[in-house]
Design a protein around this ligand. Structure first.
Ligand code: A3P
Length: 285
């Protein structure tokens, strides 16, 4: 299962991707009514899928209770969802981890709405490390130290976090991209839901926002088999190794990073992000 595909200079899990599925994604015909969730892995993608499903349904929990997240917001580049993407009626919710340079030409041809969700890369590194232990389609991460070095080098699967976030942000003005962070959502979920709903042109009543907040809390999503990936068999995600809904906190890096690793991270972060306007004030949180 642990086979690797190489595409656009990065490694990707071969269990989920083929050259054909990646070419399909890069030449995809977006519709003006599509909404795309773009994230680097472990940024809170599943959380965003759930929130957008419920904004679309105006707080009606039924679709979220009966259909797994991957069938409501399929991954554009995964080999399993090609037919689903083509057959789904409007409006479609589409998820991608691909870097912007792969999708930009296709996105520019439509008025598709794009949401980019970012997260403190230190917490992503920790979350991704633990995910490697349970996801059988990803390589053994080795020690956290080894994994962190590869994460900073951009040689982990899905490539460099720095390139991913800088690339998508460079398209913010051109695509009218909505940028949001895991940390902002964590701090004020109700406000984030309201902002997203406004931007999508689906304003919500206060009771709908409250219902979404409740349904999308970490404790609720952790027990919800439509989003917690426990429906996926252990040969693919070994649930004995850990939970997909692991901690759901801000600043878990503090329990994993040594002071030296933290200093190294900051040094590389400063170098990589020196020309970026992004100000990750939570880097130290
Ligand atoms: P942790 O491993 O830090 O707990 P993705 O969906 O992009 O793979 O991201 C998964 C991360 O988002 C995991 O982080 C998961 O616990 C967290 N997450 C998922 N739903 C969440 C929620 N409702 N609230 C907070 N964090 C959530």
């Amino acid at each position: 299962m642990e086979v690797t595909e190489t595409f656009a200079g990065m490694s990707l899990p071969g269990y989920l991707h083929t050259q054909e599925s990646l070419r399909f994604a890069s030449s995809f015909q977006f519709r003006d009514t599509d909404v795309v969730i773009a994230t680097y892995p472990k940024s809170g993608t599943t959380w965003m899928q759930e929130i957008l499903t419920l904004i679309r349904s105006k707080g009606d929990l039924e679709p979220a209770k009966t259909i797994p997240n991957w069938a409501r917001a399929p991954w554009l580049e995964h080999t399993y969802f090609k037919d689903m993407l083509q057959e789904t009626g409007e409006p479609r919710l589409i998820t991608t981890h691909l870097p912007c340079q792969v999708l930009a030409p296709a996105l520019r041809k439509s008025k598709v709405k794009v949401i980019y969700m970012a997260r403190n890369p230190k917490d992503i590194a920790v979350s991704f490390y633990h995910f490697h232990k349970m996801a059988k389609f990803l390589p053994d991460p080795g020690s956290f130290e080894d994994f962190l070095i590869r994460f900073l080098d951009g040689t982990v699967q899905y490539g460099s976090w720095f390139d991913h976030v800088k690339g998508w942000l460079s398209l913010q003005a051109e695509l009218g991209l909505f940028f949001i962070t895991y940390e902002d959502m964590h701090k004020e979920l109700g406000r984030s839901v309201e902002q997203l709903a406004g931007w999508l042109g689906c304003p919500l009543q206060p009771e709908a926002i409250r219902a979404i907040q409740q349904h999308c809390s970490f404790s609720s999503m952790r027990e919800n088999e439509m989003v917690n990936y426990t429906l996926i068999p252990c040969e693919i995600m070994d649930h004995h190794q850990g939970r997909f809904m692991r901690k759901g906190t801000v600043g878990d890096w503090r329990d994993h990073f040594t002071p030296r690793q933290n200093m190294l991270f900051h040094k590389i972060y400063q170098e990589e992000m020196r020309d970026s306007s992004l100000c990750f004030r939570w880097l130290m949180d």
